[in-house]
Design a protein around this ligand. Sequence first.
Ligand code: FAD
Ligand code: NAG
Ligand code: NAG
Length: 532
Amino acid sequence: MLVSAILPFLSIFLLMAASDPVEDAILQCLSLHSDPSYPISSVTYFPNTTSYIPILQSYIRNLRFTSPTTPKPLFIVSPTHISHIQASIICCKSFQLQIRIRSGGHDYDGLSYVSRSPFAIMDMFMMRSVEVNLEDETVWVDSGSTIGELYHAIAERSKVYGFPAGVCHSVGVGGHFSGGGYGNMMRKFGLSVDHVLDAVIVDAEGRVLDRKKMGEDLFWGIRGGGGASFGVIVSWKIKLVPVPEVVTVFRVQKTLEQGATDVVHRWQYVAGNIHDGLFIRVVLSAVKRKGQKTIRAKFNALFLGNAQDLVRVMSDSFPELGLVGEDCIEMSWIDSVLFWDNFPVGTSVDVLLQRHDTPEKFLKKKSDYVQQPISKTGFEGVWSKMMELEKPVLTLNPYGGRMGEISEMEVPFPHRAGNLYKIQYSVNWKEEGEDVGNRYLDLIRRLYDYMTPYVSKSPRSSYLNYRDVDIGVNGPGNATYEDARVWGEKYFKKNFDRLVEVKTKVDPSNFFRYEQSIPSLAAAFSLGIMSE
Ligand SMILES: Cc1cc2nc3c(=O)[nH]c(=O)nc-3n(C[C@H](O)[C@H](O)[C@H](O)COP(=O)(O)OP(=O)(O)OC[C@H]3O[C@@H](n4cnc5c(N)ncnc54)[C@H](O)[C@@H]3O)c2cc1C
Ligand SMILES: *[C@@H]1O[C@H](CO)[C@@H](O)[C@H](O)[C@H]1NC(C)=O
Ligand SMILES: *[C@@H]1O[C@H](CO)[C@@H](O)[C@H](O)[C@H]1NC(C)=O
């Protein structure tokens, strides 16, 4: 009795007191390679420290990866100085540890903090300065900032500037920008990466490089090719975009009984061709109304202009939705950010500074591109499937406008002209357990399979920031070109080849690797192939 009561405490005590020789050697290495005026030991967390678990968990945004069996890092470094990043790279390399780089932690499949090989986490959340310069309309923003912090800093300085990036304020700049970054100003301005002017990265040798030093190939690669294949991106210089003092938003919904099929069908022809300043998203879900299953289509819009002009644009181009003046709300751009992020009208802008707001869920997401309108009969089939599966939700995001004008090769993100809209599939749940989880994963995969005839083919494209390991992953060891091409062409189409060239040049030994990292030909042809 007594022994079993004391044992756990005893072992915790032993664990705390023990100093592991390997860990000590790592800590020594880290100290040796970093600036002594910023002691790295104070931002390095081994499992024996009380902060290890809270820090590890604070940026896990998907409960699927908080289970006791989820692999955990040997240690976490949360750099406050660039030399901490350099030292971590050098020491992880010499101790043969992989590194997982985490900014906001929103990677849908947890690739920023889980690895099957021994690893450390570089957690960027302490590096989050945002310096707005209105003179030249630029901002230097650190990767560890959230896009909410970026929006807040811009709005604090000016009402007539904004930035085209995502909708959920807690998304991290580091992952978001390095994967493309889109939001409700995409049709007017394109992606976040279309407005990146410079960046600072620490490469596999621990060198600190800006755009000039890294060269145009690597600078191209990190604007949508995924940062973590190339290095640790510390900060980004972006160009602000002009926004009007008054913008207008609306939310209108239709069920099948209210004609949703016709309106959604029509939306496909309109949303990508309408006024560039108008973005109308559709969220489709199976719901119950008076005991009957139906489909609800929610139309959420941002218009970069006033309500009167919006009503005119809508009655000219999309009368089927039946928008009237009372549906429209005029507000500042920053308030529209809150509105889109589902905060009630009137909420203080300061909520954008909260890094942890919504209760975390178990989730899985997938993505597709639609290039030909789906017929009404096609949609009727989709509705039946959704009502059968119940849980998965589809979000349709229109393309066109500026997106159609930028070349597919401008940055690694290739989904430009020719796409009518992007679909995001989502399923969220609250119940614990692997069986339950697998059931939900099965639902979203079945809906994705069902959509095959309606979406892009050869390759069936996906959006990198909607990370999806179902489309393929690298095996253990150094992936070959052929292995990685399976998923790589889905995210990057023809740009995959150039990404492989850049990777082979800047990280030939493939230090920065993970399940969906760009392969280095140099590494694939060395030990990798022979040792498999
Ligand atoms: C609620 C929610 C809403 C979203 N809304 C949108 C949206 O509107 N538009 C959109 O485009 N996307 C959206 N996303 C997707 C989001 O853009 C991606 O998940 C993005 O990668 C998250 O970045 P992060 O820094 O938070 O993630 P992390 O999990 O920290 O990182 C994601 C990937 O980037 C790498 N990485 C992170 N930081 C760095 C760095 N400093 N240097 C090098 N590599 C790095 C990681 O290793 C990992 O591979 C949303 C996601 C969520 C959860
Ligand atoms: C935790 O482990 C490290 C590395 O082994 C050691 O240096 C440190 O003293 C330990 N900390 C505590 C609180 O025991
Ligand atoms: C990957 O390639 C590098 C560089 O050629 C090599 O040092 C390393 O051992 C390889 N790793 C594996 C697991 O084959």
